[in-house]
Design a binder for this molecule. Structure first.
Ligand code: 4NP
Length: 147
């Protein structure tokens, strides 16, 4: 079954494009996109150090471009996945009346990691640490979608 999955972070240049890249590489039959709750980087490619860290794992991000999350996304996707609690709050603030699209944390799909958010490597500079967690959680997401 094909699912429509949207990954969301703050800037849409580090965590959510990385999650999109890992997921589309692992499960290319789904429809996948990513967006930022801010409009700070609209049109920008993923952040260079994140592209480099992902490519070292065989994950290409270079074709992706940042866009801002919009209320209409609730009607375009089956599942919306944020990276931290701020993302979830900013997403929920745009939910249209009556819409019931599930919104989850990516770390919900990595219950054994002990993490309750994906740390922002734009600030931590630990691109590999965030990618490790994203890869574990995307594996869990893939298993979840397979039922
Ligand atoms: P992201 O990381 O939300 O994982 O894309 C960030 C990237 C840029 C900024 C903040 C977070 N910024 O402030 O420009």
């Amino acid at each position: 079954m094909t699912h429509r999955i949207l990954f969301v972070c703050l800037g849409n240049i580090c965590r959510s494009p990385a999650a999109e890249g890992v997921f589309r590489t692992r499960a290319p039959h789904h429809t996948t996109d990513s967006a930022g709750t801010s409009g700070w980087h609209i049109g920008d490619p993923p952040y260079g150090p994140m592209q480099k860290a992902a490519l070292a794992r065989g994950i290409r991000l270079d074709d992706l471009r940042a866009r801002q999350f919009v209320a209409a996304d609730f009607n375009q996707f089956d599942l919306i996945i944020g990276m931290d609690a701020d993302n979830i709050a900013d997403i929920e603030a745009l939910r249209p009346a009556g819409n019931q699209t599930p919104v989850r944390l990516l770390t919900d799909f990595a219950p054994h990691s002990g993490a309750d958010h994906v740390p922002d490597p734009y600030y931590t500079r630990d691109f590999d640490g965030s990618l490790d967690l994203i890869e574990i959680a995307v594996e869990g997401l893939d298993a979840h979608l397979r039922g």
